[in-house]
Design a protein around this ligand. Sequence first.
Ligand SMILES: *Cc1c(COP(=O)(O)O)cnc(C)c1O
Length: 366
Amino acid sequence: MIYFLDIKGINAQYREELRVAFDRVLDSGWLIMGSELKSFEEEFAAFCGVKHAIGVANGLDALTLIIKAYKELGIFADGDEIIVPANTYIASILSVSANDLTPVLVEPDILSYNIDPRLIEAAITPRTRAILPVHLYGRLCDMEPIMAIAGKYNLKVIEDCAQSQGAQLSDGRRAGQLGDAAGFSFYPGKNLGALGDAGLVTTGDDALAGCIRALLNYGSHVKYRNLYKGVNSRLDELQAALLSVKLKNLDEQNKRRKAVARRYIEGIKNPKIVIPEPGGEGTHVWHLFVIRSEDRDGLQEYLKAKGIQTVIHYPIPPHRQEAYRELQGLIFPISEQIHREVLSLPMSPVLKDEEVSYIIDVLNNY
Ligand SMILES: *Cc1c(COP(=O)(O)O)cnc(C)c1O
């Protein structure tokens, strides 16, 4: 069986270094809010070219805390609206509703699967405060028009970088550096994955960074003094130490994903299968390699019978989820088509050449 994602194999590349990092934390006796977190934050800030990187407990918290901080700073208020893509993982949208703001869904571009900038302006109302572009599947959104619209209407831009660690524009700017603030997830299956849950916020905004640092630690800015009604969303020393090991190799790992994607794109030739658009050089880090087929479920069964495991990202769009009953009357034909047709092929930096060749052959014989 060729697995969709070999997490064990990915982490095995770092076995010795991870053990050294683990021993360092074990021997230090310092497990929360220490030097490992500080180092990882500095390394990640430098990697992304941003002033502040703030470790948090997971990717959903990263996004939720950005919005909560904007509320504490008086920039957002209950009932304000944030524009989000209709085609995304539900966590992007949960961060908005968790703060008692209203998500306003906008259709994707069928070529990029990301939010269609041409449709954003029509969704803006007097209560719109932000746009939350999601660099889905690892591909950067078309940020230039998004930033132009945000400038015109004085909106914040919050990037969801959970799937796009390391993605880069041709001018060198990275995901996490393109808006006002960004949320990252280091869930084990992401391009940079912890050995458990972890997340991070990047921003160039000093006030926002200070507020988030307090919020994630019970709202405390100075020990035993609390400015805000905060939460506990700390990134622990052990995960920070393990992430530092893997961050050094992220660009190299993304390069291998790109090589796999290039082979898929050049090799898969079947009129029943739509292959993804790569976008500009470097702008796609191939968290997922997502194909489309009108007979998606049949194709998945066929691949399974041939020993190839695939996953659907995602089977049910957020506006069709029971959790969002209030959105169920809405119709988003492009998002719905994507959710009906997509299938994610095996993709990872440790996928072997012969496995890629086999998958291409099997797809071309479908
Ligand atoms: C994984 C993911 C999240 C949530 O990250 P967690 O660390 O699992 O909380 C948010 N948005 C997107 C697009 C994701 O893929």
